[in-house]
Design a binder for this molecule. Sequence first.
Ligand SMILES: C[S@@+](CC[C@H](N)C(=O)[O-])C[C@H]1O[C@@H](n2cnc3c(N)ncnc32)[C@H](O)[C@@H]1O
Ligand code: SF4
Length: 400
Amino acid sequence: MPLDRPLSFRAPVRGVNAKAEQAFGVYVHWPFCLSKCPYCDFNSHVRREPIDEPRFLNAFAAEIAATAARVPGRTVSSIFFGGGTPSLMAPETVGGILDAIAQHWSVAPGAEVTLEANPTSVEAGRFRGYRAAGVDRVSLGVQALDDAALAGLGRLHTAREALDAVAIARSIFPRSSFDLIYARPGQTPQAWREELTRAIGEAAEHLSLYQLTIEQETPFAALYAAGKLAIPDEEAARALYDLTQEVCAAHGLPAYEISNHARPGAESRHNLLYWRAGEYAGIGPGAHGRLDVAGERRATATERRPETWLMRVENIGHGVVTDEPLTREERADEFLLMGLRLVEGVDPEQFRKLSGRPIDPARLADLRGNGFIAFTPDGRLRVTHAGFPILDAIVADLAA
Ligand SMILES: C[S@@+](CC[C@H](N)C(=O)[O-])C[C@H]1O[C@@H](n2cnc3c(N)ncnc32)[C@H](O)[C@@H]1O
Ligand code: SF4
């Protein structure tokens, strides 16, 4: 889930009542892919040798046990297998990880269990295996519905194969979503309108629509720096963004977050937990967590390199390399940074409780006067459409 994407703000999220403070999520990172896409800076690795999945499963189970010992007694409301490409895992591995989670915490009835999948590795038999193991939601990396664009993104699948994967996912899982990347080189508004309209017709209930971002130290960054990759400029990207909002809203898939669109009630509960600053465990190589231990919110991160993480877990029982308490200020800033991505905005009173001070009324008045922020009738603070291009500046201003 890339984070730095443009914003859109509409009606508050409805139909999703799980309060962040009651929710507890488990993020599981599978760090392997069949090939590395040239735009991607996720913690994903390509290996020529087969992956020793039983060995990884043991390590995942050990790290789950170690984490549960730190935050016992939680009721898990959502689980997310992200990557990398979790759909390269055998269903037995996914099932074994879910068993380990259920062994150490209780899992709420109806907990959301999502698995990210790459169309290249979608196969009906394996998908049925995931479903039998307890996965109820799949998020597919479709990226584009245009074969030339897919080739340009270095993807190994065609648009037809991606749509076949979407159809398989929809036939096996009660819930599904897929990702598209827009503001691609040479993409015109008319072409994006047609592609998006087609995508909405294929989507069940949820779409993630990310603007192409040039991430540092990727092949795309090198091409871009060399002038060999032209992407839409700020104004053109903004126009594509506005178009995205218009088309999705007109088809009943309004934005509920900067890049995420859903039919009301079909929002990703796991991702909402992040944006609402809830508590979650990060399991596996390069996973981040936020744990409440002895009255403190702690930020955790594990070793990124899969083989080093594996050895670390085998030697000391977990792969955590960063484990730091957040100060009140850091926690409050994170609350604003994540929450203002949401259409529902944030409760300013919650900020006051976290930081020990209210948001500066003079700054609020200033930003409001400029039309960058607004208050909902129930007193929540949200960023307006005009404010979205400067979200980082707004957060920095409010947090200062
Ligand atoms: C971990 S990947 C999804 C699953 C799977 N690995 C795949 O690619 O099919 C998460 C999503 O992030 C998005 N993404 C990754 N890098 C991006 C970038 N530089 N700009 C925009 N979106 C990006 C893609 O849409 C991708 O589907
Ligand atoms: S398959 Fe997904 S995670 Fe892997 S490199 Fe491509 S975009 Fe990144």
